[in-house]
Design a binder for this molecule. Sequence first.
Ligand SMILES: NC(=O)c1ccc[n+]([C@@H]2O[C@H](COP(=O)([O-])OP(=O)(O)OC[C@H]3O[C@@H](n4cnc5c(N)ncnc54)[C@H](OP(=O)(O)O)[C@@H]3O)[C@@H](O)[C@H]2O)c1
Length: 250
Amino acid sequence: MRALVTGGSSGVGRAVAVELSRRGARVMATARRRERLVELGSHNAAEPIAHEAGDLCDPAFRDQLVATTVERLGGLDLVVTAAGGGAIGPFREADARTFLQVLDLNLVAPAELVRLCLPALARGRDPAVVFVGSILGLHPLPLHAEYCAAKSGVRSLAGALRLELANEGIEVVLATLGPIDTEFWDALIAGERPSWSRGRPLAPHVAARAMLDGLERRRRELTPGWRAKSYALLARFLPGLIDRFAARQI
Ligand SMILES: NC(=O)c1ccc[n+]([C@@H]2O[C@H](COP(=O)([O-])OP(=O)(O)OC[C@H]3O[C@@H](n4cnc5c(N)ncnc54)[C@H](OP(=O)(O)O)[C@@H]3O)[C@@H](O)[C@H]2O)c1
């Protein structure tokens, strides 16, 4: 298995890169913080993890990343788009720049990266794409408007591509994540973590294992952890309960 993993410097992406390598995959990890990727490369994994540092929102970097990955790994079988970031706060107080940044990082950049990977994936072995979404893409919360819009976009994108790429044998999987213990809240594009969002999050390595176990079983929807599963059930059957809770918090 030859895999490209974004967000490899931290949290879910890092854990997915380590777990893939532990399972014998050849991995290319990417993010902006080179020193973190160098440290990841020296991780005691079964296969050394290669890295390319850069900004995924830069189209030139995406081009170079895909070319280097295919060359270094000798092809491509899996792309996991874990890079992402949130913005919190009242929509009326935010601005177009924040909105565009959130959409670019969470929706446009992963979509464009996957588009560039399609020719190599089509030649891959059991090829698959895992888009990393959020439970907030299932049902939105106030003060997260830009992030919810981006993650519901990721959900739609994954659904459309799943149908479109089936003929080429490329599986498209959506990982719908709930709270995970990562640097997400320290790296917000704008705003601060609301106190009511604190809770006991899932460890990233637990989420990564659940995602890769699900992928091996060719599940199309991955929802690791009981919090994410509970939210998904509420979003589907009792969305008004979520709205009432959210209204009380703000
Ligand atoms: N943590 C949660 O509770 C939670 C819940 C639901 C969904 N998610 C989703 O899970 C995914 C992983 O997030 P996380 O929780 O692991 O957060 P994290 O620890 O903050 O990791 C985010 C990763 O994205 C990378 N990144 C950010 N901006 C980038 C850019 N412009 N170019 C390249 N890489 C960039 C960061 O690396 P650099 O800073 O080094 O570039 C980092 O590796 C995200 O899509 C997030 O939306 C997280």
